[in-house]
Design a protein around this ligand. Structure first.
Ligand code: GRF
Length: 364
C-alpha cells in the first residue's frame, strides 16, 4: 500500500487491496469513505473537502482518475501532473489513507469491487445529478451518498486561469448567441459601465442576420458568423472546429452561451471544460431543454427564473453557479414570462462573470 513509503517505491493501491481494507474495517464495525476526482493541482479547497469527507468515516480511499480519463474529461491540456505524482501528493495528506487509480470516466466498477460504506462528492453535484450509472452502483452496494459543500474561491480551473491571465488582465469573454441578443447587450453594457471587468474578444453566431451579431458589429466587437452546416438543429463537425479555432485565436478565458441554440461538442466542450457558462430560462434542474418557459407554465409552477450554469456534454445539467427567481402571474403568456425572466438574466449573467476570478469554479 501507499502510506509511509518513500518516493522511489510509491505505488497506488489496487482495488483488491482497498477491498481488503474495507472488509477489515467492516469487521470492526468501522466505515470506509470513498471519493473520486482528478486532483490535478491541489489547493486548500481540496484539502478541506477531503478532511470533511474523511470525517464521515474511519478511513478514506481516493479513487483518482488516470491520465487518460482526465484527458477525456478535461481536454488535451490536462492533467498537468501525471497520475503517479497526483497519487503520491494526495496520499501525503492527513485525510487520505489510500489512493487507487482508475481508468474509466466513471468509478462504477471500482465502487462495485470496493463496496465503500460512504460515498462523498463535492457540492457541484446533487444526488440527482450524479451519474445514473454511478448512483445505481452506489445504491446496489448500500453506500451512503453524501454531498459536501465546495469551498468557495478555490479551484484548479481558477488557478490555471490566473496563470493564463495575470492579475489585472481583463477576463477574455467569447460570447455565442443565435437570437436577439439581449443578454449579450447586457454584457456589453455592463462592461461599458465598468460593472464587469472583462472584454469581449469574440462574438460568434450560427445566424447570419441575428440581432446578436448586429449588436457585436454596432459595438465594434469581433463578430463571426459560423455556418452551422446542413442540419437545421445540429452544429456540424466543421462548425464545431471553426468555433474552437475562433476561441483559441481570441485567447478566450470564458465561453458564454447567451441564447446559443445549438449543442457544442468536441473539441470545444472538452478543451474549455469548466470555462463554459450558459444562461437558461428556468430554475434548473427543473425544465431543461428548449421550451423551458412554456414548460413552467404548463406545469402550473408558482415561480420561474433563470440559471447560470457550467456547460457539460449533458444538456442543462452542469454545475449551477447562480439562480434568479421571478413569480408567475395569472394571465402570463410565455412571451410575457420570458421577458420578466430576461430582466433577471441581464443582471445575473454579468454579475456571475464579474465574480468569475474570485468565486473559483467548481471542478471535479
Ligand atoms: C435567454 O432567455 C436565455 O436564457 C436562453 O435564451 C434566451 C436568449 O435571449 N438560453 P437573448 O438572445 O439573450 O435575448
Amino acid at each position: 500500500m501507499s502510506k509511509g513509503m518513500t518516493e522511489a517505491d510509491f505505488t497506488p493501491a489496487t482495488a483488491a487491496e482497498v477491498r481488503q481494507l474495507r472488509d477489515q474495517l467492516d469487521a470492526q464495525g468501522k466505515k470506509l469513505v470513498f471519493t473520486n476526482g482528478c486532483f490535478d493541482l491541489l489547493h486548500a479547497g481540496h484539502v478541506r473537502y477531503l478532511a470533511d469527507a474523511r470525517a464521515l468515516g474511519d478511513a478514506m480511499v481516493v479513487a483518482l482518475n488516470s491520465d487518460a480519463s482526465v484527458r477525456a474529461l478535461k481536454g488535451p491540456d490536462r492533467p498537468l501532473n501525471n497520475e503517479n505524482d497526483r497519487a503520491e501528493v494526495l496520499c501525503a495528506l492527513r485525510a487520505v489513507d489510500v489512493v487507487v487509480v482508475f481508468g474509466d470516466e466513471r468509478a462504477t466498477s471500482l465502487i462495485e469491487i470496493i463496496r465503500p460504506h460512504v460515498y462523498a462528492k463535492g457540492g457541484d453535484y446533487t444526488v440527482e445529478s450524479l451519474n445514473a450509472e454511478e448512483r445505481a452502483a452506489l445504491q446496489s452496494v448500500g453506500a451512503e451518498i453524501r454531498i459536501l459543500p465546495l469551498v468557495p474561491g478555490r479551484s484548479t480551473t481558477a488557478t490555471i486561469q490566473k496563470m493564463h491571465s495575470p492579475q489585472g488582465g481583463k477576463l477574455r469573454l467569447a460570447v455565442l448567441g443565435s437570437g436577439v441578443g439581449s443578454n449579450f447587450r447586457a454584457i456589453v453594457e455592463a462592461i461599458q459601465a465598468g460593472k464587469l471587468d472583462a472584454e469581449v474578444v469574440a462574438a460568434i453566431s450560427d445566424q447570419k442576420d441575428s440581432g446578436f451579431l448586429a449588436i457585436a458589429k454596432q459595438a465594434g466587437l469581433p463578430a463571426h458568423f459560423v455556418d452551422p452546416g446542413s442540419n437545421p438543429k445540429k452544429l456540424g463537425e466543421a462548425a464545431q472546429k471553426e468555433i474552437f479555432d475562433h476561441l483559441e485565436r481570441a485567447r478566450t478565458d470564458v465561453v458564454v452561451l447567451a441564447g446559443f441554440m445549438r449543442i457544442l461538442k468536441e473539441p470545444v466542450i472538452g478543451h474549455y471544460s469548466g470555462r463554459i457558462v450558459n444562461v437558461h430560462p428556468s430554475l434548473l434542474p427543473k425544465h431543461k431543454g428548449a421550451h423551458a418557459v412554456q414548460d413552467a407554465l404548463d406545469a402550473g409552477d408558482a415561480e420561474a427564473g433563470c440559471t447560470v450554469h457550467l456547460v457539460t456534454a449533458e444538456i442543462d445539467a452542469g454545475a449551477i453557479l447562480e439562480q434568479g427567481r421571478v413569480p408567475i402571474l395569472s394571465g402570463d403568456t410565455a412571451t410575457v414570462l420570458h421577458d420578466r425572466i430576461k430582466q433577471v438574466e441581464h443582471v445575473l449573467l454579468p454579475k456571475v462573470l464579474n465574480e468569475w476570478r474570485e468565486r473559483g469554479l467548481p471542478v471535479r
